[in-house]
Every structure is written in C-alpha cells, then in structure tokens.
Design a protein around this ligand. Structure first.
Ligand SMILES: Nc1ncnc2c1ncn2[C@@H]1O[C@H](COP(=O)(O)OP(=O)(O)OP(=O)(O)O)[C@@H](O)[C@H]1O
Ligand SMILES: [Mg+2]
Length: 623
C-alpha cells in the first residue's frame, strides 16, 4: 500500500516560501527595532491598504475561491484512495472500477494545477500591485518634502522604506494571506474528515501538532534574524570591495594593499560564519517538523492499527487518516510562519505610515493663483536665518537690494554664501518681511512659481548616469537640440563635448566617461542656462575652470541675462572683477557691498584676497 505523497508538495511549497521570504527581506535590519510610530492597526489598514483591497476585490475574490477549491480538491484525493483500498481489501475491485478512480484522480490533479496557477497569478499579482501603489505614495511624498526632512533622514533610511518595508508588506499581503487562508481551510477540513473517520483517534493523533506550530514560530523568527545578519555582512563586504575599487589609487599611493586584503578576508570569514548560522536553523527546521509529524504517525500506527484489527475502521479509513495527518503538517508550520510575516508586515506598514505622514516644515501657504511680480530683483531686509538644531544664526541681519545685473558673493569658507543661495531659491523657510522678490514677500509667492523663475547651480554639480544631452536637458523631454547646444556653447563646454566619442550622446558616470571637475561644473551650468529663467544663482560653480573659460562664460551670461539677475558665488578676483557688484559675507553678516574697484580700495578681506591671488599669479608666471 503506497503512501500518497501529497503532503510532500506542501512541505516543498513551504520551503519555497521560506526561500522567497529570504530574498524579499534583504537587509531588513531595522525591522526588529521598537516601533517608533504608534498608530492603531485599523488606522494603518484604513489609511494604506483598504483602497487597494477594494479596487482589486474581484481579483481577490476569484483568487481565494481558486485557492479554497484547490484545498478541497486535494482533500478529496485521500477519499478516492480510501475507496480503492477498500475495494481491493473487500475483493470487489475490478479494472473498470480502478480506472474510473484513477481517471477521477487525474482530473482532480489537472484541476489543481490550473487553479493553483490562477490563485498565484491573482493573489500574488495583487500583492505586487499593492506594493507598487505604496511605493508610488512614498516616492510622491518624498518629492514633496523639504530640506529639513532630508537632513533628518539618511538616504539609507529612505531606501530601506522603499525596499525592505515594502517587501515585508508585499510578503504579508501576498504569501502571508495565502498561507493563512490555505492553512485554515486545509486544517479545518482535514480535521473534519479525520473526526468523521474516528474522533478519539483524531484527538490522539493531533496531540503533537501544536508543538509543530510553536517550533516553526520560534525557528522562523530566529531564521529571519540570522538571515538579516547575513545580509548585513554581505552588504558590508560588497561596500568594502566597492570602496576599495573606487579608491584604488589612494590605496596604492599609501601602499595599503596588504591591510586591505586582510580586512577583506576578515569580512569574508564573518560572512561565512553568518551563513553557517542560517544553515543551522534550516538544518533544524525541517527535521524537527518531520520528527513531530512522525510522532503523530506513530500514534496513528499503534492506536489506529488496533482499531483496524478490531474492525472499528477499515484499512481504507486508516490510509486516508494517515494522509490527512500528513496534510496537517504544512498548516501547523504555516501558523508559526504567518504569525512572523504578519508581525513584520505590520511593523513595516507602521514605518511607511510614519514616513508618508511626516510633514514638511517648509509649507506652501500661498494660493496658486497669486501672481508673480514683473521684476527679477531681490531685496533682503534684516534677513536672519538659523539651520534647525543649530545654536547660532548662520545669517544675521543681511540687508541688500538688487535690481538686476551680475552680483558676486564672496567671503571666507563657512561665511554663509551657500546658505544665502539656498534661501534665494527657497530651499529653507524665511521669516516674513525679510526677503522680497520684486516687490513681493517671498512668503506670498507659491514655491513652484518662485522656483520657476530661478535657475540654480549648486556647489557640488549633480550629474546623472545618463547622456550629456539628457543631463543638460534634465526633465525637459521636448527641449530641442539647438537650445541644448546653445546652452552648452554659452557654458563654454560645447567644443569639448564634440570631442567625446559620442558627442552629446556620450554617457557620463559609472559606466561612461569620467569628466573633469571643470567639465562637470559647466555641464551643470549649461543645464541652468537652458531653462532661460529671469534669475540665475551659481554657487561656486566656476571654481574649477580656467580664466579664459571664465571670461567666455561671463560674457555669455551678460548677453543672456541682460536686464535679469545673476548671483555668482566665488572667491576668484578675476571673476569678481567682471561682476557689477559684490556682496562680502563674514560669519553670516554682510560686511561690505560694492564694486570691484570700491572694494579694492576699502575692504580688508578683499584687499588681502587680491594680494594673495596676485602673488600666486606671479609665482605661476615665474615658475
Ligand atoms: N544643513 C546645515 N545644518 C546646520 N548647519 C549648516 C548646514 N549647512 C551649513 N551649515 C553651517 O552654516 C555655516 C555657513 O555655511 P555655508 O555652507 O553657507 O558656507 P559657505 O560660505 O558656502 O562656505 P564655503 O565657501 O566653504 O562653501 C557654516 O558654519 C556651516 O557649518
Ligand atoms: Mg558654500
């Protein structure tokens, strides 16, 4: 009498699921931290999941119907086998009868295959839609956040929300829900059939199973923990390798190869150790569940065998009973597993909720209908600003008025030049009546409108791993090549671009060419010029270009921005001498404001800077 190996499938599917769980819980390191966002479970579900469940209700209903049908079809197979065995034992079996039974089993098996396909497509598909929906909400929210938000949260933290937390929610709402429903239906029905065969035997046979649930819960929690550790070690190792490759010149220059190899070896050993700890749990989980399952089987063999001898139940009953018992192993393991998945899913959902309900400090309170002033001038009156969590003000009582023209901003490092630029482009909040664009308080102009007036080149040029054309035309698909070229010409980079192998289609960055610092700056500048906005703010964006290039660029700026305003941060005398007016900052205060000539005559900092740069120039020409 061959044993029907249906339960083996279930064990296999659990195994697969645990594997999937690993993959999706990559570097899920922060999961087990105490929950920092106290929100009720109902609130979470209502706020983040409910609409998706409603939208996809038909998909879910059909999916779960398919899942439940699979369960019942599987449960009917032992009944057919029981029938066959009883026929054989009672000498009533004929070939046609056996063929009929075999045909029925084949039909059921085929239906199971099809229906399993259906539920997987529908329910796991749902969990992916849900994941996408949440991911978009997170992304949407992040883009609406201000600088404060990004100074409070690290990129790694945001990325963890975007990958691990979403994966945990997807897992709980996909495989988690499937396993919960499947386990419930299978166990209730299998126990029902078992009770129908013999209630007392059922009671005895089920005794060991709760231990199975507890063991799985305990071990799968451990497994998750240890697997996170593997991921941590893995990312540590890859990060080490990455930074070694990136800084290979530094390593060689300081002859640190040996120590790097030793460190890498140490990390490798830790990674192996972490993996062995995972293998230990894997090694325990399945043998332990088989053992507990087999204890039940042992009881059935002794007590059930006795019932067959006493002719209380038939041999067919006995065979069906053992099959049902085996079928219960998976649901019992699933209980422990689902509990862990749910717990992780809820924690992740809380963190996502915390993220997308965080509010920006810089809030746009203006009606979007507010009109822009006609002029491109700025006026600051006693402008004072402190970064959050900072004890002192980074800018204090800055007062100036600019109608148009090229305005230099100079000052020692840390004097507040970048901070002033960031306030001009509205990256941080400013007090009312301290900063005006045209004749209007910047607080009365909607962000989008004000920002659409200003092009900004930050201190560190930001380029994407994309073509030069895409980098200059950033975010403007319809921008014509003529305009891109004109902007590149004005930024004095056009000729260099043409020298690259693919011209404007050359890819920059990791898998493309490496640009010099000056080239990066000028591509960032070209991007700003392309927008053709009334105000341009360049934060030290020409620090790495030579004097001739500087000259060309300023000439082009004069032409492009006649009647408009350009702020340009620099400490280079040559560049500053070409501006109309220079603001000098010192420790957050505006200490002087005048033309190049005027400052040369009266400002100490400016004179010292002049002297130093003249000496440098002479030093160069003597060399
Ligand atoms: N996000 C921030 N949070 C807190 N303090 C900041 C922040 N950014 C800058 N600071 C501080 O503000 C002061 C002015 O910095 P800022 O970047 O404006 O100087 P800078 O004049 O542009 O200097 P550099 O010439 O080196 O670019 C410095 O003391 C700096 O430490
Ligand atoms: Mg700066």
């Amino acid at each position: 009498m061959g044993r029907i190996s249906l339960p083996a499938y279930h064990t296999k599917s659990l195994w697969d699921n645990l594997q999937v769980n690993h993959d999706s819980s990559q570097t899920n390191m922060e999961m087990e931290k105490p929950d920092p966002y106290p929100v009720s479970f109902t609130e979470l579900v209502r706020g983040l999941l409910a609409d998706q469940f409603v939208t996809h209700r038909f998909r879910l209903i059909i999916g779960f119907l398919a899942l439940i049908s699979v369960d019942f079809l599987q449960l009917s197979i032992p009944l057919l086998v029981k029938r066959a065995i009883d026929l054989l034992a009672g000498q009533e079996a004929t070939m046609p009868r056996l063929f009929t039974l075999a045909g029925a089993i084949l039909a059921i098996a085929t239906a199971v295959v099809l229906l399993r396909f259906v539920w997987r497509m529908l329910i796991i598909g749902f969990s992916r839609y849900l994941e996408r929906h949440l991911r978009n909400r997170i992304f949407d929210h992040i883009l609406a956040m201000d600088q404060y938000f990004f100074s409070r949260r690290s990129t790694g933290d945001i990325m963890a929300h975007g990958s691990n937390d979403l994966a945990a929610v997807q897992m709980a709402c996909g495989m988690g829900m499937v396993a919960a429903v499947d386990a419930l239906v299978l166990s209730v029905a299998a126990i029902g059939f078992m009770i129908y065969i013999h209630p007392t035997l059922t009671l005895f046979a089920l005794l060991p199973l709760p231990f199975l649930a507890l063991t799985t819960r305990f071990l799968s929690a451990r497994l998750h923990h240890r697997f996170n550790h593997v991921q941590e070690e893995f990312s540590r190792m890859t990060e080490f390798a990455r930074s070694a490759v990136v800084s290979i010149r530094l390593i060689k220059a300081y002859t640190h190869e040996r120590s790097q190899v030793d460190d890498f070896n140490r990390l490798g050993r830790r990674y192996v150790h972490a993996n062995i700890r995972v293998a230990l749990i894997h090694g325990l989980l399945f043998p332990a569940s088989t053992l507990i399952g087999n204890i039940g089987l042992l009881i059935v063999l002794v007590y059930g065998g006795r019932l067959v001898i006493d002719q209380t139940i038939t041999i067919g009953d006995f065979a069906a009973f053992t099959t049902y018992l085996q079928m219960l192993i998976w649901p019992m393991m699933a209980v422990g597993w689902v509990a862990n998945l749910t717990q992780r899913g809820v924690t992740a959902l809380r963190r996502i909720h915390g993220l997308i309900t965080s509010e920006a400090v810089l809030i746009d309170t203006c009606p979007s209908s507010a009109m822009l002033p006609g002029s491109s001038g700025f006026k600051a009156t006693d402008l004072t600003f402190a970064y959050p969590d900072s004890a002192r003000a980074q800018l204090s009582n800055i007062t100036f008025e600019v109608e148009s023209g090229i305005i230099g901003i100079a000052g020692k490092t840390g004097s507040g030049k970048t901070t002033l630029c960031k306030l001009l482009v509205r990256l941080y909040p400013v007090q009312r009546r301290e900063l005006f664009y045209g004749d209007r308080d910047v607080n009365e102009i909607p962000f989008e409108q004000l920002r659409s007036q200003i092009a900004y080149v930050g201190q560190e040029p930001i380029l994407f791993s994309d073509t030069i054309r895409a980098n200059i035309g950033f975010g403007t698909d319809e921008m014509s090549m003529d305009k891109i070229e004109a902007a590149a010409r004005d930024a004095d980079i056009h000729n260099e671009i043409l020298e690259f192998s693919n011209g404007y289609d050359t890819v920059i960055g990791e898998r493309g060419i490496t640009l010099s610092g000056g080239q990066r700056q000028r591509i960032a500048l070209a991007r700003a010029l392309l927008y053709d906005r009334p105000v341009l703010v360049i934060d030290d964006g020409l620090s790495a270009v030579d004097t001739a290039t500087e000259n060309n660029i300023v000439t082009a700026l004069r032409r492009r921005f006649s009647g408009k305003t350009v702020f340009i941060v620099s400490n280079r005398l040559k560049l500053l001498s070409m501006t109309d007016r220079i603001l000098i900052l010192e420790e957050g205060k505006l200490v002087d404001d005048g033309s190049h000539q005027a400052l040369l005559e009266k400002n100490n900092f400016y004179q010292a800077m002049h002297l130093k740069q003249m000496q440098e120039m002479e030093g160069l020409s003597h060399a």
